[in-house]
Design a protein around this ligand. Structure first.
Ligand code: GRF
Length: 227
Protein backbone atom coordinates (compact mmCIF):
# COMPACT_ATOMS: atom_id res chain seq x y z
CA UNK A 1 0.00 0.00 0.00
CA UNK A 2 1.17 3.48 -0.69
CA UNK A 3 0.49 6.50 1.48
CA UNK A 4 1.29 10.07 0.52
CA UNK A 5 1.56 10.78 -3.18
CA UNK A 6 2.06 8.45 -6.07
CA UNK A 7 5.76 7.87 -5.49
CA UNK A 8 5.32 5.82 -2.33
CA UNK A 9 6.58 8.11 0.39
CA UNK A 10 5.31 5.57 2.91
CA UNK A 11 5.07 1.86 2.38
CA UNK A 12 3.50 -0.70 4.62
CA UNK A 13 3.72 -4.46 4.81
CA UNK A 14 0.63 -6.48 5.74
CA UNK A 15 -0.07 -6.20 9.49
CA UNK A 16 2.57 -3.53 9.94
CA UNK A 17 1.93 0.13 10.55
CA UNK A 18 3.24 2.48 7.86
CA UNK A 19 7.00 2.84 8.02
CA UNK A 20 8.77 5.91 6.66
CA UNK A 21 11.23 4.94 3.96
CA UNK A 22 14.37 6.84 3.03
CA UNK A 23 13.45 9.14 0.20
CA UNK A 24 15.60 10.14 -2.76
CA UNK A 25 16.60 13.69 -3.58
CA UNK A 26 17.71 15.10 -6.90
CA UNK A 27 19.78 18.26 -6.57
CA UNK A 28 20.15 20.80 -9.39
CA UNK A 29 23.09 23.19 -9.32
CA UNK A 30 24.89 25.69 -11.51
CA UNK A 31 27.84 26.79 -9.38
CA UNK A 32 29.89 26.22 -6.26
CA UNK A 33 27.29 23.98 -4.60
CA UNK A 34 27.70 24.95 -0.95
CA UNK A 35 24.00 24.20 -0.34
CA UNK A 36 24.48 20.80 -1.96
CA UNK A 37 27.42 20.28 0.42
CA UNK A 38 25.18 21.24 3.35
CA UNK A 39 22.61 18.63 2.29
CA UNK A 40 25.31 15.99 1.91
CA UNK A 41 26.62 16.85 5.38
CA UNK A 42 23.16 16.77 6.99
CA UNK A 43 22.50 13.33 5.51
CA UNK A 44 25.97 12.17 6.59
CA UNK A 45 25.55 13.18 10.21
CA UNK A 46 21.99 11.86 10.48
CA UNK A 47 20.12 15.19 10.66
CA UNK A 48 18.33 14.39 7.41
CA UNK A 49 16.89 10.99 6.52
CA UNK A 50 17.29 10.98 2.75
CA UNK A 51 19.70 9.99 0.02
CA UNK A 52 20.82 12.00 -2.99
CA UNK A 53 20.26 9.94 -6.13
CA UNK A 54 21.51 12.42 -8.69
CA UNK A 55 23.12 15.84 -8.98
CA UNK A 56 22.51 17.67 -12.25
CA UNK A 57 24.39 20.78 -13.34
CA UNK A 58 23.61 22.89 -16.38
CA UNK A 59 27.23 24.05 -16.34
CA UNK A 60 30.09 21.58 -16.87
CA UNK A 61 32.45 23.76 -14.82
CA UNK A 62 30.20 23.95 -11.72
CA UNK A 63 32.40 23.50 -8.66
CA UNK A 64 29.57 21.74 -6.84
CA UNK A 65 29.95 18.68 -9.04
CA UNK A 66 33.11 17.91 -7.09
CA UNK A 67 31.18 17.80 -3.78
CA UNK A 68 28.91 15.18 -5.33
CA UNK A 69 31.72 13.10 -6.79
CA UNK A 70 33.61 13.09 -3.49
CA UNK A 71 30.46 11.82 -1.78
CA UNK A 72 30.03 9.08 -4.39
CA UNK A 73 26.85 10.63 -5.80
CA UNK A 74 26.03 10.23 -9.48
CA UNK A 75 26.43 13.46 -11.46
CA UNK A 76 25.09 14.54 -14.81
CA UNK A 77 25.82 17.66 -16.85
CA UNK A 78 22.89 18.77 -18.97
CA UNK A 79 23.93 21.94 -20.75
CA UNK A 80 20.85 23.99 -21.54
CA UNK A 81 22.62 25.29 -24.66
CA UNK A 82 22.36 21.80 -26.16
CA UNK A 83 18.55 22.00 -26.14
CA UNK A 84 16.38 23.84 -28.61
CA UNK A 85 13.71 24.90 -26.13
CA UNK A 86 13.17 25.38 -22.41
CA UNK A 87 10.39 22.79 -22.57
CA UNK A 88 12.72 20.15 -24.03
CA UNK A 89 15.32 20.91 -21.38
CA UNK A 90 12.85 20.65 -18.51
CA UNK A 91 11.38 17.44 -19.90
CA UNK A 92 14.84 15.89 -20.01
CA UNK A 93 15.56 17.02 -16.44
CA UNK A 94 12.32 15.34 -15.35
CA UNK A 95 13.12 12.18 -17.26
CA UNK A 96 16.59 11.82 -15.72
CA UNK A 97 15.29 12.51 -12.21
CA UNK A 98 12.37 10.08 -12.54
CA UNK A 99 14.70 7.42 -13.88
CA UNK A 100 16.67 7.59 -10.60
CA UNK A 101 13.50 7.36 -8.50
CA UNK A 102 13.79 10.92 -7.23
CA UNK A 103 11.00 11.91 -4.81
CA UNK A 104 11.97 15.53 -4.17
CA UNK A 105 13.91 17.94 -6.39
CA UNK A 106 16.10 20.54 -4.65
CA UNK A 107 17.20 23.56 -6.63
CA UNK A 108 20.44 24.71 -5.04
CA UNK A 109 21.81 27.68 -6.90
CA UNK A 110 20.35 26.39 -10.18
CA UNK A 111 20.39 29.47 -12.39
CA UNK A 112 17.54 28.42 -14.66
CA UNK A 113 13.84 29.09 -14.43
CA UNK A 114 12.05 25.77 -14.35
CA UNK A 115 8.71 25.37 -16.10
CA UNK A 116 5.83 22.92 -16.42
CA UNK A 117 8.04 20.22 -17.97
CA UNK A 118 9.64 19.73 -14.56
CA UNK A 119 6.98 21.07 -12.19
CA UNK A 120 4.20 18.88 -13.59
CA UNK A 121 6.40 15.80 -13.26
CA UNK A 122 7.05 16.61 -9.57
CA UNK A 123 3.89 18.26 -8.26
CA UNK A 124 4.53 19.89 -4.88
CA UNK A 125 7.96 18.29 -4.86
CA UNK A 126 10.39 20.95 -6.12
CA UNK A 127 12.13 23.15 -3.55
CA UNK A 128 14.31 26.21 -3.98
CA UNK A 129 16.52 28.24 -1.67
CA UNK A 130 16.70 32.00 -2.10
CA UNK A 131 19.01 34.48 -0.32
CA UNK A 132 16.39 36.97 0.91
CA UNK A 133 13.25 37.04 3.01
CA UNK A 134 10.75 36.51 0.22
CA UNK A 135 8.62 38.07 -1.09
CA UNK A 136 11.23 40.82 -0.74
CA UNK A 137 13.94 40.84 -3.38
CA UNK A 138 13.11 37.97 -5.74
CA UNK A 139 15.29 37.27 -8.76
CA UNK A 140 19.03 37.71 -9.14
CA UNK A 141 21.38 39.62 -6.82
CA UNK A 142 18.99 39.44 -3.86
CA UNK A 143 21.70 40.40 -1.37
CA UNK A 144 22.67 43.49 -3.39
CA UNK A 145 19.00 44.43 -3.75
CA UNK A 146 18.55 44.20 0.04
CA UNK A 147 21.67 46.24 0.76
CA UNK A 148 20.81 48.93 -1.76
CA UNK A 149 17.23 49.13 -0.49
CA UNK A 150 18.55 49.77 2.99
CA UNK A 151 16.58 47.07 4.83
CA UNK A 152 17.78 46.33 8.36
CA UNK A 153 16.89 42.65 8.20
CA UNK A 154 17.30 40.17 5.39
CA UNK A 155 17.73 36.42 5.37
CA UNK A 156 17.07 33.18 3.54
CA UNK A 157 13.94 31.41 2.34
CA UNK A 158 13.20 27.84 1.30
CA UNK A 159 10.01 27.60 -0.73
CA UNK A 160 8.11 25.23 -2.96
CA UNK A 161 8.62 26.10 -6.60
CA UNK A 162 5.65 27.23 -8.66
CA UNK A 163 5.59 28.92 -12.07
CA UNK A 164 5.82 32.30 -10.30
CA UNK A 165 9.50 33.26 -9.95
CA UNK A 166 10.56 32.86 -6.27
CA UNK A 167 6.85 33.03 -5.43
CA UNK A 168 5.85 29.59 -4.14
CA UNK A 169 4.65 28.64 -0.64
CA UNK A 170 7.29 29.33 2.01
CA UNK A 171 8.52 26.34 4.03
CA UNK A 172 11.24 27.87 6.24
CA UNK A 173 12.78 31.32 6.60
CA UNK A 174 15.60 32.67 8.71
CA UNK A 175 16.41 36.32 9.31
CA UNK A 176 19.82 37.95 9.63
CA UNK A 177 20.62 41.57 10.49
CA UNK A 178 21.97 43.91 7.83
CA UNK A 179 24.80 45.88 9.43
CA UNK A 180 25.89 49.41 8.53
CA UNK A 181 29.34 48.12 7.64
CA UNK A 182 28.04 45.34 5.40
CA UNK A 183 29.19 44.82 1.84
CA UNK A 184 27.40 42.51 -0.58
CA UNK A 185 30.04 39.92 0.26
CA UNK A 186 29.70 40.12 4.05
CA UNK A 187 25.89 40.05 3.88
CA UNK A 188 26.01 37.14 1.43
CA UNK A 189 28.23 35.22 3.82
CA UNK A 190 25.97 35.85 6.83
CA UNK A 191 22.91 34.73 4.85
CA UNK A 192 24.75 31.67 3.54
CA UNK A 193 25.29 30.36 7.07
CA UNK A 194 21.51 30.39 7.52
CA UNK A 195 20.92 28.84 4.09
CA UNK A 196 23.05 25.87 5.04
CA UNK A 197 21.09 25.42 8.25
CA UNK A 198 17.56 25.79 6.91
CA UNK A 199 17.79 23.88 3.62
CA UNK A 200 18.25 20.47 5.27
CA UNK A 201 15.61 21.44 7.83
CA UNK A 202 13.09 22.35 5.11
CA UNK A 203 13.81 19.17 3.14
CA UNK A 204 13.13 17.16 6.31
CA UNK A 205 9.85 18.99 6.86
CA UNK A 206 8.66 18.41 3.30
CA UNK A 207 9.68 14.75 3.34
CA UNK A 208 7.96 14.35 6.70
CA UNK A 209 4.63 14.84 4.94
CA UNK A 210 1.28 15.70 6.46
CA UNK A 211 1.49 19.32 5.31
CA UNK A 212 -0.99 21.09 3.10
CA UNK A 213 -1.18 24.22 1.02
CA UNK A 214 -3.83 26.78 1.99
CA UNK A 215 -3.88 29.60 -0.51
CA UNK A 216 -0.27 30.75 -0.52
CA UNK A 217 0.51 29.15 2.85
CA UNK A 218 2.48 25.99 3.56
CA UNK A 219 0.78 24.60 6.66
CA UNK A 220 2.42 21.91 8.77
CA UNK A 221 0.58 19.36 10.90
CA UNK A 222 0.00 20.85 14.37
CA UNK A 223 2.23 18.43 16.28
CA UNK A 224 5.15 18.97 13.91
CA UNK A 225 4.73 22.74 13.85
CA UNK A 226 5.04 22.86 17.65
CA UNK A 227 8.53 21.32 17.51
C1 GRF B 1 22.68 30.63 -2.83
O1 GRF B 1 22.84 31.91 -2.28
C2 GRF B 1 21.23 30.32 -3.08
O2 GRF B 1 20.38 30.90 -2.13
C3 GRF B 1 21.00 30.95 -4.42
O3 GRF B 1 22.18 30.69 -5.14
C4 GRF B 1 23.26 30.54 -4.22
C5 GRF B 1 23.87 29.22 -4.51
O4 GRF B 1 25.02 28.99 -3.74
N1 GRF B 1 19.82 30.43 -5.05
P1 GRF B 1 25.68 27.55 -3.70
O5 GRF B 1 25.95 27.15 -5.13
O6 GRF B 1 24.71 26.61 -3.04
O7 GRF B 1 26.94 27.72 -2.91
Amino acid sequence: MCGRGSRGWFTSAPEASPVPTTRTLGVLISGRGSNLAALIEAIGDGRLDARIGLVISNRPEAGGLEHARRAGIETLVLNHRDFTSRGDYDARLAQELRRRGVDLVCLAGFMRIVGPGLLDAFPGAVLNIHPSLLPAFPGVDAQRQALEHGVRISGATVHLVTPELDGGPIVVQSAVPVLDADTVESLTQRILVEEHRIYPEAVGIVLGGGWRIEGRRFVRPLAAAAR
